[in-house]
Write a protein that binds this ligand. Sequence first.
Ligand SMILES: [Zn+2]
Length: 62
Amino acid sequence: MAFGQRKMYDVSHLGLKCASCGVAITELPFQPSSDRPVYCRECARKRNPRGGSSGRGPSRRY
Ligand SMILES: [Zn+2]
């Protein structure tokens, strides 16, 4: 099970920090742009939950 398909960009020379938790970011799965905040893996995952389960459930019975 190799997990090396995704290219990671080495950004350690940029001295980026996670905009949410402030941890140092050394690599990103995308090319960093200066006007966008970057997030570490964990925060990026929290901010991008897959699946679109919104708050409305079908259970609206009295
Ligand atoms: Zn973070």
